[in-house]
Design a protein around this ligand. Structure first.
Ligand code: ADP
Ligand code: MG
Length: 324
């Protein structure tokens, strides 16, 4: 199979055909129509074998996750996904593997009507880089910098299951088969909170997706907004599986593990009624975990109101060294 056969066979035949994609895969670059009054939102994320996923990972999950982490960034900006490019480094061209990768990637792409419009295919150690493009009405993107004292802090869904799955995969935690299946789904096939991101435009003052752990990612909101926060441990939303493991793992997995791809956002008191209407219509729960305060720094308190000091830190590729 030549490089061009591979591109034609796997990436040119599109299950998604959007009207605003004027030129997709096959020319020197893609051409996309952008309605006036809208702004383009662009994000990119790379998954490297041995760093972000285990060697011999399920290609369906890989295709899903490579796109999901990018759609999650668009969601955190309040952007509607439009299209994406895929830069793929492959050690060798394996038909079956590519078919499964496409199954995972296009499965998610179809769900959000986001079209593959180009990319690059090279030989090399396995790595996938996706660049995703989305749109927001002018100046309505949700930024990290808008949180103000008095705002409430929320997270979507549940935290920590992906971290539990990672510990199980690394052999430091044993789970029943049922529990293992539940948490592994979160690690391998995170669902980007696209609908929540769109619905929060005009309601949230700031937002971020949790890819490096709540502490670290909420920390980015605090830094960029020039504020502090108080978060209550017993308000953190965790799954029943996680709750059953609390005596063993404590709160640190929910606080400091990435890979959940939930949204963390802030809402001022004036917008609480609007938030309630949005939450009623959403496909995911939303939990109030704490509040923005004037004093800088993140203060975490336990159920008795005592300060809690996490043992774990947020993930950082260059500080913590490489880990899967
Ligand atoms: P060029 O040499 O002009 O950069 P290429 O020969 O690399 O173009 O690619 C030919 C066409 O195939 C381009 O439209 C490119 O965007 C597309 N393409 C290449 N690799 C991929 C991929 N992995 N996924 C989607 N489209 C791809
Ligand atoms: Mg060219």
């Amino acid at each position: 199979m030549t490089e061009f056969d591979l591109i034609r066979r796997f990436f040119a035949a599109q299950p998604i055909n959007r009207a605003d994609v004027v030129v997709g895969v096959g020319d020197d670059a893609a051409v996309i129509a952008c309605p006036s009054g809208q702004q383009l939102v662009v994000t990119t994320d790379t998954l490297v074998e041995g760093v972000h996923f285990f060697p011999n990972s399920d290609p369906v999950a890989l295709g899903h996750k490579a796109l999901a982490v990018n759609l999650s960034d668009l969601a955190a900006m309040g952007a509607a996904p439009v299209c994406f490019t895929l830069a793929l480094a492959l050690p060798h061209a394996d038909d079956k593997w590519l078919e499964l990768l496409c199954e995972g990637m296009f499965g998610l792409a179809r769900r959000y009507d986001v079209q593959l419009v180009g990319g690059d295919t090279v030989r090399g150690p396995l790595a996938l880089t996706i660049t995703a493009h989305g749109r927001v009405p002018a100046d309505q993107a949700l930024l990290r910098s808008g949180a103000r004292p008095g705002d409430r802090i929320y997270v979507t869904g549940e935290l920590g299951d992906a971290g539990i799955a990672l510990r199980e995969a690394q052999g430091t935690l044993r789970l029943s088969q049922t529990d293992s299946a539940i948490v592994t789904e979160h690690l391998e096939r995170p669902m980007p909170r696209v609908a929540a991101g769109l619905a929060l435009r005009g309601i949230a003052t700031s937002a971020i997706d949790i890819s490096d752990g709540l502490i670290g990612d909420l920390g980015h909101i605090l830094d960029r907004s020039g504020v502090g926060a108080q978060v209550a441990l017993d308000r953190l939303p965790v799954s029943n599986v996680y709750r059953s493991l609390l005596p063993q793992v404590g709160w640190d997995v929910a606080l400091a593990n990435g890979d959940d791809y939930e949204l963390c956002f802030t809402v001022p008191p004036a917008n609480l009624a609007a938030l309630q209407r949005v939450v009623d219509a959403l496909d995911c729960p939303v939990a109030h975990i704490g509040d923005i305060v004037v004093a800088p720094g993140l203060r975490i308190v336990d159920a008795a109101g005592r300060p809690y000091r996490p043992h774990a830190k947020a993930h950082d590729h260059f500080q913590n060294g490489n880990s899967v």
